[in-house]
Each structure stands twice: as structure tokens, then as C-alpha cells.
Write a protein that binds this ligand. Structure first.
Ligand SMILES: Nc1ncnc2c1ncn2[C@@H]1O[C@H](COP(=O)(O)OP(=O)(O)O)[C@@H](O)[C@H]1O
Ligand SMILES: O=C(O)[C@@H](O)C(=O)COP(=O)(O)O
Length: 421
């Protein structure tokens, strides 16, 4: 079986976000966790390979992305889509720039676009500047991200710092004129030696105008927004009919390791409903105490689960995160918390949880890996960018949703379960 679109996502929440937009735009999609070792068995238009490569060393991110590319090419992918965060999450070393360059080299292409625009979630790009809601990226809370603090909203500048290729801009005036003008601008930029063009988009209409101009471009790099304009290039029509997931069974839980503004509000909202919630303090995980802490959390949760969802969270305000990082180091703090939350997720599933909400991209990566999930079927959308998914397994498998840090309404942690009911 051959696919049309081959996608490489740099984290797991981002992968479900992209798969969700492709499904809603008319594609049959499967999401794999990591690079599969066997050929694709499903009859789908697109595959999203989910990597956990956003914050690892650039050389490793490149190696994993090239592996994914090779597998996608072997499945016949006609176009490659490198999906990163709508807030352009990256470390000073990358990995967006280095992975883009490596994919361009491997695909023998001298030009690609870069745009994290996702208007349905308030991410817009104007004159090359990224806005999250009504404010610039660096005023949105993303300047305090535990792993990828974003302190500059100018994407041409951010991308240029990560790549040797020349970075240019296709601005809103050109995008407003549509396909012919965008193609003309691409030719002009190519002639100037530009290899990567940031593209403005402030609305879904912009993304739909962009779509036809991207037909046959070997590599696209973007958030999930660009996806809505692509299926038409393959003769497919939008369908808001999400794929039907099997009926949900089992107990319900939420595991949250995101420290974003939105997740902090979602944790506060869940607690305000009076439902059971337990905080994990990273300091309590140090000196080999993690296993004991996980056991304590599971013993707390076990008798409560029959009465409805419980929440286990490390979510904290920026000052608390900074204090922990000062004590442990940034990467170590992240890894320690991810490891503990992943063990909690595995333990909760062992206690009978079959409807699981996970908040945070890195956190989701750790939890999905700990649960041994290899493939996800994409189901109904809970909020823009966040679908329910299903992983097959014993007793009907697990329904799981991977919530990007900044996505979802304040009541997401309770609302999500009503979508499955
Ligand atoms: N209280 C905390 N102190 C320090 N780091 C934390 C804390 N809680 C979570 N983290 C770490 O912060 C990172 C959050 O990233 P992620 O899960 O991707 O969330 P988001 O989707 O908001 O980016 C993870 O590595 C997580 O382990
Ligand atoms: O594009 C997006 O914003 C998301 O799909 C995404 O990648 C979010 O990452 P996290 O905030 O780390 O969950």
C-alpha cells in the first residue's frame, strides 16, 4: 500500500494534532509511535510518525528524522511534512533548523517553507512575527517554558539562527493574492538563494490559499495548520466525520506534566470541581525516591478511581519550575518528572484505567512509550488540535488523548471524558 503524505512529528501531542487536522480535511491517517520496523499494513492516505525529538541533541534528532524519512519513502510517500510546534518550540541549537536542513539534503531539494500558523488555536504569523492569541510569542508564557523558552517572536531571525541556509519571508500581502502570487514569490526567493521561507498566515483562508501553491513541494515544514490546505492537492474533500473509535470502557484518569499557562488553569479548574487530585513534587523524586513516590500515588488513586477521574500532576508555576531546575538542572528535572509520570500512567492502566488524558508533549512521549503503544487510531476532536485516540490492546485497549501544553479549554480535564461517553 502506498501513501500520499508522509509526516514526521517532533513530539507525540504534535503528531496527534497534525493527524487530527488531516483527518478533518478528508484523509485516512494512522499515527505510529516511533519508526515502524515493518511495512504499513493499513490503507491510508497519510502516516504521521511520532518522534520524541524536539529537545534531544540535534544530531540524534536528525538521525531519527532521517530514519522516519527512509521508512516513509519506502511506503511511497509523495510529499514529506515535518511537523513542529505551533509555538515553534526549539532550543538554541534547534532542532527545527538542523532537521529541516537534513531532510532537504536527503530529498535533494533547495527550497521549503516554515510556518507554525494554526489560527484555530490562535497561532498567527504576521510579517514573520508569531503571535499566540493576542500577544507576541515571547509575551505569551512561552518565554517561561521549562525546556524550550521562546524569547524572540521573529521567526525569520529564530530560523536563521538554526540553519546555514538563507531564510526569507512570504508575507501576508502575497499570501492574500493566492496561489499564483505565492508561486511567483517562491521563484523570486529561490533566485535570491533563499532556502527556507517563513510564510505569514492569519486565517484558515490563508492556509487554504497556501495549499495549492505547495503542491509537489517535496518537503513542507510547519505546525499542524498547513495540513488543512493539503488534502485537496490529492483530490480529497474535507470531512468533519472523524473516524469512529471502538466504544470506551474502564476507569478514567488524567496525568499532567505540562507547566504551560493553559495547563495550570486546567489543573486549577479540575481541582475546583472537588475531584481528587494529587501533586507530585519533583524534589520528592530525588535520591532514588521516585519508585516509592509512584507507589504512594497509585495506592492513593486505587480506591478513588471507581468514582470518576483522578488527576496526578507535576504542573507548576514558572517560579516553582525554575527553583527545581536550579536544584536539579533543566534536562534532569524534566527527565525525572517524565519518568515518574510515565510510571504513574502505566500503574493507572494496570489499575484498570482505559480512558487516559495526558497533558504535555514530552510527558505524552514518556507515557505513550511506557505504555508500549505502537500505533494510534485518531478519533473525535475534543478541542482544536486535540483528538481522542485509541490504542488496541487487552480488554478493548486504551483510549488516550495527548493534550498539547497550551491547547484546550479550562474544563478540558473533565470535558474530555464526556466526548467519549
Ligand atoms: N514541577 C516541575 N518542575 C520542573 N520540571 C517539570 C515540572 N513538571 C513538569 N516538568 C517538566 O517540564 C516539561 C514539560 O514539557 P511538556 O510535557 O512537553 O509540556 P508542554 O506540552 O507544556 O510543553 C517536561 O519535561 C516535564 O517533565
Ligand atoms: O503545534 C502545536 O502547538 C502542538 O501540536 C504541539 O506540538 C504542542 O507541543 P507541546 O506544547 O509540547 O505539547
Amino acid at each position: 500500500m502506498t501513501i500520499q503524505l508522509g509526516c514526521i512529528a517532533d513530539d507525540f501531542t504534535g503528531a496527534t494534532d497534525l493527524a487530527n487536522n488531516l483527518v478533518r480535511s478528508g484523509m485516512r491517517v494512522v499515527q505510529t509511535i516511533g519508526v515502524p520496523t515493518t511495512p504499513l499494513a493499513a490503507d491510508v492516505h497519510a502516516v504521521v510518525v511520532a518522534l520524541k525529538s524536539r529537545t534531544i541533541p540535534a544530531a540524534e534528532a536528525i538521525a531519527q528524522s532521517l530514519d522516519a524519512l527512509k521508512w516513509l519513502q519506502a511506503q511511497g510517500a509523495q510529499q514529506i511534512y515535518f511537523k513542529y510546534c505551533s509555538t515553534f518550540d526549539s532550543t538554541p541549537e534547534g532542532n527545527i533548523g538542523p532537521v529541516t536542513e537534513a531532510l532537504m539534503d536527503a530529498l535533494h531539494t533547495d527550497f521549503t517553507i516554515a510556518t507554525p500558523a494554526f489560527p484555530d488555536n490562535g497561532r498567527t504569523v504576521f510579517k514573520g512575527y508569531l503571535f499566540a492569541g493576542n500577544v507576541l510569542l515571547n509575551e505569551s508564557g512561552m518565554q517561561n517554558h521549562p525546556l524550550t523558552p521562546m524569547t524572540d517572536a521573529n521567526l525569520v531571525r529564530v530560523m536563521q539562527a538554526q540553519t546555514k541556509r538563507k531564510v526569507g519571508l512570504i508575507d501576508y500581502k502575497t499570501v492574500a493574492l493566492g496561489e499564483a502570487a505565492i508561486r511567483e514569490r517562491i521563484s523570486a526567493l529561490r533566485a535570491e538563494g533563499v532556502g527556507v521561507a517563513v510564510v505569514d498566515a492569519t486565517s484558515n483562508e490563508d492556509l487554504h490559499r497556501m495549499g495549492p501553491a505547495l503542491k509537489n513541494m517535496p518537503l513542507l515544514t510547519a505546525g499542524s495548520g498547513v495540513a488543512i490546505g493539503l488534502p485537496a492537492n490529492f483530490g480529497l474533500k474535507p470531512s468533519l466525520q472523524a473516524s469512529q473509535l471502538p466504544a470506551a470502557h474502564g476507569l478514567q484518569a488524567v496525568v499532567s506534566g505540562s507547566c504551560s499557562l493553559a495547563t495550570n488553569a486546567q489543573v486549577a479548574h479540575f481541582k475546583s470541581t472537588g475531584r481528587p487530585a494529587m501533586a507530585i513534587n519533583p524534589a520528592a523524586l530525588m535520591h532514588g525516591q521516585s519508585d516509592a513516590m509512584v507507589q504512594q500515588v497509585l495506592a492513593w488513586a486505587a480506591p478513588l478511581l471507581k468514582d470518576g477521574p483522578v488527576l496526578v500532576y507535576s504542573t507548576a508555576e514558572p517560579e516553582a519550575v525554575k527553583a527545581v531546575q536550579a536544584q536539579l538542572g533543566v534536562a534532569e528535572a524534566g527527565a525525572l518528572v517524565e519518568h515518574a509520570l510515565a510510571a504513574v500512567a502505566r500503574g493507572l492502566v494496570g489499575l484498570g484505567v482505559q480512558q487516559l488524558v495526558v497533558a504535555g508533549g514530552e510527558t505524552s512521549g514518556a507515557c505513550v512509550q511506557a505504555l508500549g503503544i505502537a500505533q494510534l487510531q485518531i478519533g473525535p476532536q475534543i478541542d482544536p488540535g486535540v483528538p481522542w485516540c485509541h490504542a488496541p490492546g487487552d480488554n478493548g485497549g486504551v483510549h488516550i488523548t495527548l493534550k498539547s501544553g497550551n491547547f484546550g479549554t479550562e474544563d478540558f480535564f473533565t470535558k474530555a471524558f464526556t466526548v467519549l461517553a
